[in-house]
Design a protein around this ligand. Structure first.
Ligand code: ADP
Ligand code: MG
Length: 423
């Protein structure tokens, strides 16, 4: 065992240049290499990718990595290919490839060069891909962003639901599922749907002690946000709005007020979207005003604030979106504007949906309202939602929210006093 441990550290250093594993990475990798099914619940930035990349690089055969977004896959493939001096260590397999490119991927896999094959679930069901994958040596299957399987997750993808039967067709190999979503409901759903009830579960704390959580009443929201951003001039930040129109309007308003800001939403021309994102990553622009389309898989370590112009539809989304702040461990200010009327609008919208979707949506909204209106430690509230106990007095980051720190930085002091007196 110890020889193997030393060996894994050596491989970590060799491929990634890191001297130590983060959190439970080493145990996860050891168990995967020993043929166990594994379920990893780790917050964003916890280092999930390495849990399958490293074992894939040192295993015989090709690991299939199921991932929901083409952009995410491309980033990862480029990163992995940068780790090794060999060509074709990682490939993406999807419908955007032409015949020659697909043949190249297949040839590299057959030649045993390809260690990681990234596929979207909808590609995996393609008959010719399936037939091919049945014939080659697969080391294991990794399912990244596994919460996409669950309707209780924040990013449900119907294509994820059939993964289990597809994987069973391809090979009898260990499966590692990974997610940054850890509500007990989602966890349960994932394990059942993937037939992983007996998997080894590795769960890390979802506490982000360096993030400061604040919820403000949504009054003079434009002015408040401009003021906040001006107080944080030159810092990187994200402003989330629910509608594309609001994204455009508010990005303009920020520009007019001298803030170096750009919009991002799925309705923008692909080129503009990518350009805006890149400018944010390259620090040519300070603030990105975005819908939820922005952020998944984006690894900008020094985002100093995340502002919710509108409250998100679930606490899960809120946690994911605020989680993009302070990934380097430095300051991360999470400011959300809350108006019960916004929630009513969302409820009306849900009323048009099929019953099951509506019920789930309403329950998620209830939890959002509970969080927004609570006077308890926001960190404790969020962590409770993830099935974790948090000590609001001595826990790590206990002082880091409006309800715990005194005085709150942005709130009207009289309002706060009222609140205290009401208690
Ligand atoms: P997740 O998928 O959990 O959000 P990533 O896999 O994107 O996280 O990793 C987040 C960051 O942590 C990346 O920049 C990655 O290079 C870094 N990282 C991962 N493992 C280690 C390690 N053992 N030592 C140092 N940095 C690490
Ligand atoms: Mg990840």
């Amino acid at each position: 065992m110890s020889a193997k441990k030393a060996n894994l550290s050596g491989e970590l250093k060799k491929y990634f240049g890191f001297s130590t594993f983060k959190g439970q990475q080493e145990q996860i990798i050891e168990n995967l290499l020993n043929g166990k099914d594994i379920f990893v619940l780790m917050p964003t930035g916890g280092g999930k990718s390495l849990c399958y990349q490293l074992p894939a690089l040192i295993s015989e055969g090709t690991a299939i990595v199921v991932s929901p977004l083409i952009a995410l896959m491309k980033n990862q493939v480029d990163a992995v290919n940068g780790l090794s001096s060999d060509d074709g260590v990682a490939h993406v397999l999807n419908s955007s490839l032409n015949k020659t490119q697909t043949k190249q991927v297949f040839d590299d896999i057959k030649a045993g060069k390809t260690k990681l094959l990234y596929v979207a679930p909808e590609s995996l069901i393609k008959e010719d891909y399936l037939e091919f994958l049945k014939e080659v040596k697969i080391s294991f299957v990794a399912i990244d962003e596994a919460h996409c399987i669950s309707e209780w997750g924040h990013d449900f993808r119907p294509e994820y639901r059939n993964l289990k039967s597809i994987i069973d067709k391809i090979a009898d190999v260990p499966v590692i599922a990974l997610t940054a979503t850890a509500t007990p409901k989602v966890q349960d759903d994932i394990q059942k749907t993937l037939g992983m009830i007996n998997a080894l579960v590795f769960k890390e704390s979802f506490n982000r002690p360096n993030l400061y959580y604040e919820v403000c009443p949504k009054v003079n929201v434009d002015r408040e946000i401009v003021k906040f951003i001006n107080q944080h001039k030159g810092k990187s930040g994200i402003v989330y709005c629910l509608s594309r129109r609001k994204v455009e309007e508010f990005a303009q308003l920020l520009q007019v007020n001298g803030v170096n800001a750009l919009p991002y939403h799925a309705g923008l021309d692909q080129k503009v979207r990518v350009a805006n994102q890149d400018k944010f990553l390259m620090e040519e622009v300070d603030v990105i005003v975005a819908t939820i389309a922005f952020g998944m898989g984006i690894d900008k370590p020094d985002v100093r604030f995340v502002i919710h112009y509108d409250f998100p539809k679930s606490l899960e989304s809120y946690y994911q979106e605020t989680g993009r702040a302070g990934r380097d461990g430095g300051e991360g200010y999470c400011l959300a504007f809350y108006d019960p009327k916004d929630i009513e609008k969302l409820e009306k919208f849900l009323a048009q949906k099929p019953v099951s979707e509506r019920e789930i949506g309403l329950q998620l909204l209830n939890e959002v309202v509970g969080y927004a209106e609570t006077s308890m430690s926001r960190r404790q509230y969020i962590l409770y939602y993830f099935g974790e106990n948090f000590d609001p007095i001595n826990g790590d980051g206990a002082k880091m929210c409006d309800n715990a720190s005194n005085p709150p930085k942005l709130k009207d002091a009289t309002k706060d006093l009222e609140k205290v007196l009401n208690l």
